[in-house]
Design a protein around this ligand. Structure first.
Ligand SMILES: C[S@@+](CC[C@H](N)C(=O)[O-])C[C@H]1O[C@@H](n2cnc3c(N)ncnc32)[C@H](O)[C@@H]1O
Length: 397
């Protein structure tokens, strides 16, 4: 894609008086209510210069037609080009180096670029031992695919063997394209466990890298020869962690047949027998209606029930129901690990809902660990909305 024509602002938005403060503090979003005027003809994806009320430039970004009217890609007046992406990717890589991830012999899959957390709203890059999988979360970024790919090549050098770009068009249709190399999947390590990311057929970029530290926690909390129920298991990330921690039997439940097929690959890659790790294709709510077994560890990691603020109440009811049903399956003295990846559900709301689920089933518990997203999913201090994954490890009385 020739991106040159898109690099420079095609228009501008001017903020209302005193509405520049949050942008000046580094928040990368401009809400539509903060805009006083804008140049004519802006469409979703237009590159715009953001001006404070007196005309001074606050930065450049991409225009959107929702309540978030602009997402800033730079807090200064620069073209959006390979050099800008290269600068941001270089800084993101330095953070992963500092975290001990880049070059680690134990963990070769991690998030390299986390959107707002790395100064690039809408741009995700996951790294799977030589493959970079880019997820463009807004259509307006698609014209920059060439600039992003060149910048990644520049920053990653010959360590980059494959590059896949995942994007969604205006009609909501997802596109997955190999830009460099032709591998459709690749093996990587997470704390010495082997996993395979299928970036052409998986969910998101192929694997949920945000749960790395929580999988490690489950592995260390798993009682020797204990049993585990992994609800909403996807490709069995937590199941492998439980088996690595010494579980004698792990039951994994998900509604996606493809995810469960990929779970079988994870069992093989790690030398575990499918006999000790049955995979059940089912709706977890239905499964829990009929399961009567009790487990030492129950993991519940549903999809984001609330994708936006309006859906929160419904989502909370869903979390409460799932948590109550899952809790019934935990042995006395066992561990319940429960998560929400809905950005719109706050930590406090999630805790209250889990507490309500305990009340629903008449049990008590003690929180032994608060969980969050792995640190390769950083949160900009000026953008607290970037903290989306929350979880609790609870010993159930
Ligand atoms: C956040 S992902 C889980 C990630 C997983 N814990 C891991 O570590 O890779 C949520 C999963 O829930 C599954 N799912 C969504 N709705 C479901 C339902 N009603 N019953 C069962 N699985 C469901 C999706 O297929 C997806 O794999």
């Amino acid at each position: 894609v020739n991106s040159e024509q898109y690099q420079l602002p095609a228009g501008w938005v001017r903020l209302k008086s005193r509405r520049e403060v949050s942008v000046q503090r580094g928040h990368p979003w401009v809400f539509s209510g903060a805009i006083q005027a804008s140049s004519p003809g802006l469409v979703a994806g237009s590159v715009v210069r953001i001006e404070q009320n007196d005309g001074r430039c606050l930065g450049v970004g991409l225009y959107g037609t929702g309540s978030i009217a602009v997402k800033l890609l730079a807090f200064r007046d620069v073209p959006i080009d390979e050099a800008l992406f290269g600068e941001k990717f270089g800084r993101a890589l330095a953070v992963r180096r500092a975290l001990g991830l880049w070059g680690s012999p134990h963990t070769t899959g991690f998030r390299l670029v986390h959107a707002e957390g790395d100064g690039l709203p809408g741009v995700i890059v996951d790294w799977y031992a030589g493959a970079a999988v880019v997820q463009l979360q807004t259509e307006g970024l698609v014209p920059f695919t060439g600039a992003i790919a060149s910048a990644l090549r520049q920053v990653l050098g010959d360590r980059l063997q494959d590059l896949c770009v995942v994007s969604t068009d205006a009609a909501g249709v997802e596109h997955r394209t190999m830009v460099v190399g032709d591998r459709k999947s690749g093996d990587f390590m997470e704390n010495d466990a082997w996993y395979r990311a299928h970036w052409m057929t998986g969910q998101k970029t192929g694997f949920f890298l945000d749960q790395r530290e929580n999988r490690l926690a489950i592995r260390s909390l798993m009682p020797t020869s204990g049993t585990m129920l992994n609800l909403f298991c996807y490709t069995g990330g937590f199941s492998i962690a439980g088996l690595k921690g010494g579980a004698s039997r792990v039951v994994s439940v998900d509604s996606s047949e493809i995810a469960l097929e990929q779970f079988q690959e994870h069992l093989q890659l790690n030398g575990f027998s499918a006999n000790s790790a049955p995979a059940v294709r089912a709706d977890c709510f239905d499964y829990l209606d009929s399961d009567t077994d009790l487990y030492d560890v129950v993991v519940c990691d549903p999809p984001a029930f609330a994708k936006h603020q309006k859906a929160v109440d419904r989502a909370l009811r869903g979390y409460r129901r799932a948590n109550a049903a899952a809790l019934r399956r935990v042995k006395a003295g066992g561990l319940f690990a429960t998560f929400s990846c809905s950005q719109a559900v706050s930590i406090d709301a999630f805790r209250s809902v889990v507490q309500a689920a305990f009340d629903d089933v008449g049990r008590r518990g003690r929180i032994i660990k608060n969980c969050s997203q792995a640190p390769c999913h950083p949160v900009a201090i000026s953008h607290p909305e970037g903290e989306y994954l929350k979880g609790l490890c609870i010993i159930v009385d």
